[in-house]
Design a binder for this molecule. Sequence first.
Ligand code: ADP
Length: 307
Amino acid sequence: MSGRRFLSIGECMVELSQAGDGLLRKGFAGDTFNTAWYARACLGPDWSVDYFTALGDDTMSDEMVAFIDKSGIGTSLIRRIRGRTPGLYMISLKNGERSFSYWRDSSAARSLAADPDRLREAVEGADLVYFSGITLAILPQEDATTLLAEIRRAKAAGKLVVFDPNIRPRLWSSYDVMHATISEGARSSVLVMPSFDDEAAHFGDDSIEATIQRYRALGAANVVVKNGADGVRLNFAGDETFVPAEKVETVVDTTSAGDSFNGAFLARYLETQDAPAAARFAAGVAARVVSEHGALVAKEKLGLSGR
Ligand code: ADP
């Protein structure tokens, strides 16, 4: 066993969703955690998957650590901060439309990069480093600068650094800060995995090609642009391929479609170095995910055997 490590950096939150009769169901989710979950489900045993975040010392933080651990994801790098608590969000359903409320302004995860030695040690111990625009958005600006410096060191050291811009304007203090920081995230990465609808809406791209060229011009050698039911376009070191989405009978819940695609893609790419094949595999996993409720679909339901 070579003992290689996939490190995902970001915020996992407590999720409350409606369970009928006014009852709420508690879960745990968050973009970078969801991707770690799907990577874990799809990677073989010679890879460990670790989650890097910060949590508090309350019962809910303990429960989240226990949940992450039970998912087969390493928790030893998680920083625990006295007196702090995790972020929380609630999913409301009205006339079939989902809406989200967040309580994350003072979540412990906002301090995930405030201990630079710990961050450096975690990144140095990883073969793949995954982070997102949400990871950057929740950090105080000087901590985002610290994180990006570590990410650049990882890229310079030849690690596979992967970034999903996951553009969420409400998390940013201004458009200019968002644009500059996300661009810096992409510049510091080897592979960028954006969703076209976000890039078109917030960065004004008028085509998938425009998204690919913008990120490649920033210095990301490889780009995978996700476009929902219209599939993905990959550009790996200039070689371009289109991979269609799989047909889905009934789309039940698109939560974490992109996160699951990323996790499954990276798992298969790490093992085969074949990006188009990894995208076909990930399209199959994401198709299962949008056919089920919730962000985290159990491994048994992902149809992994035979893929
Ligand atoms: P995000 O969740 O980041 O917006 P996308 O909507 O582009 O990401 O979806 C990511 C992947 O999930 C797609 O590339 C595709 O493989 C799959 N997917 C999403 N929506 C559908 C759908 N309606 N039918 C089939 N596959 C889908």
